[in-house]
Each structure stands twice: as structure tokens, then as C-alpha cells.
Design a protein around this ligand. Structure first.
Ligand SMILES: [Zn+2]
Length: 183
């Protein structure tokens, strides 16, 4: 997807967070999202973040998917996992899930947008201690743009086969995402 390359080129996420113990700077998931916002709207893309709790060998992991969708409905996604710690002093269950979630999301975003975190001595802050099992799947193109251009019947924008299939099924005609919303 050409937008992904543009976004990767333009994206610069400052390390706005400081780890008080290790005295180093790191990025949070929120820092990445803040930096992405203006670039996404410029590229006419939107980002979907989805978390799922998966159980592997009796341990819970948060599986975060960061999906970039362009205005033709073409999608690219990055996936990362973070393990939920079993016991964390002073944390309740929702806080544990929350910290594993933002950790997994951050790595899903790093993978998708090629954000280099290798220079960090340790990108985790102390709250996230114990969530050290991470796995980043290679970013994969889910859907290739369709060359045999299908057009939205309303606004004549090109739409992908997948969007067209969905639209035909749901609305009985070819509509882009935006026009589907207005149906
Ligand atoms: Zn349209």
C-alpha cells in the first residue's frame, strides 16, 4: 500500500516518556497515536486497533492488531502479543489488562509503521515488568488493490474487490466506505 510507505517516511515519534528507574526515554502507545493522527488524515487512511485475549498454555496474552485502511478499503496490519502478568502488586485485573494491551498495541504499531525501538535499553516501564513475552509477526499485506478498477456508483472513487463484495451483499450496489456510511 503506497500510503503505508508515505506514513512510515513522515512518522517521527519523539520519546516523550521517561523511565524513572532506568533513567531513559521511551515511547508509549499514546505517543505513537498522537504522532500518527495528522499524518493519517493527510494520507486519507484510518487506523483500527483491536485487542483480543488469547490463552496459550494456561497464560493469557493480549493479541493486538493495528490495521491501516486506506480510502479504497485496502488493509495492512501489524500484530503483536503481550503476556498478562499473573500477579502484580497493587494492580487490579483491569489495570493488568490495560497495561498488557497498551504494550501489545505499541508493538503492533511499531511493526506496522516500522518504528525502530532497538536503541532503547528496555522499552518497558516498570509497571510492565513481567510482560516480556512479545512476538511481532511480519507485517503482511492483507489485500492487494484491485487493478480492474471497480468504482463506487455514487462518487466514482475506485474501490477494492473486498469493499465491492461487501457493498453488493449489504446494499446491492458498489459503494465506497464513505458512501456506505451514508446509505
Ligand atoms: Zn462513494
Amino acid at each position: 500500500m503506497k500510503e503505508l510507505i508515505k506514513i512510515q517516511e513522515k512518522l517521527d515519534v519523539p520519546k516523550a516518556q521517561t523511565n524513572s528507574f532506568g533513567n531513559y526515554k521511551y515511547r508509549s502507545c499514546e505517543d505513537i497515536l498522537e504522532a500518527l493522527k495528522p499524518i493519517l488524515s493527510e494520507a486519507k487512511c484510518y487506523l483500527v486497533l483491536v485487542d483480543r485475549i488469547v490463552s496459550v498454555g494456561g497464560r493469557n496474552y493480549v493479541r493486538a492488531t493495528a490495521k491501516l485502511v486506506n480510502d479504497e478499503g485496502v488493509e495492512v496490519e501489524g500484530i503483536a502479543y503481550a503476556r498478562e502478568p499473573e500477579i502484580q502488586k497493587g494492580m487490579n485485573a483491569s489495570q493488568i489488562t490495560g497495561s498488557a494491551s497498551s504494550y501489545a498495541r505499541k508493538y503492533a504499531l511499531n511493526g506496522l509503521f516500522a518504528i525502530d525501538d532497538t536503541k532503547d535499553p528496555d522499552t518497558m516501564d516498570n509497571r510492565e515488568e513481567g510482560i516480556n513475552k512479545k512476538k511481532i509477526e511480519k507485517t503482511k499485506e492483507v489485500l492487494k488493490p484491485n487493478k480492474t478498477a471497480i468504482k463506487c456508483e455514487n462518487c466514482k472513487t475506485h474501490i477494492s474487490q473486498k469493499v465491492a463484495d461487501y457493498s453488493i451483499q449489504k446494499f446491492g450496489k458498489n459503494l465506497c466506505y464513505d458512501c456506505q456510511k451514508n446509505e
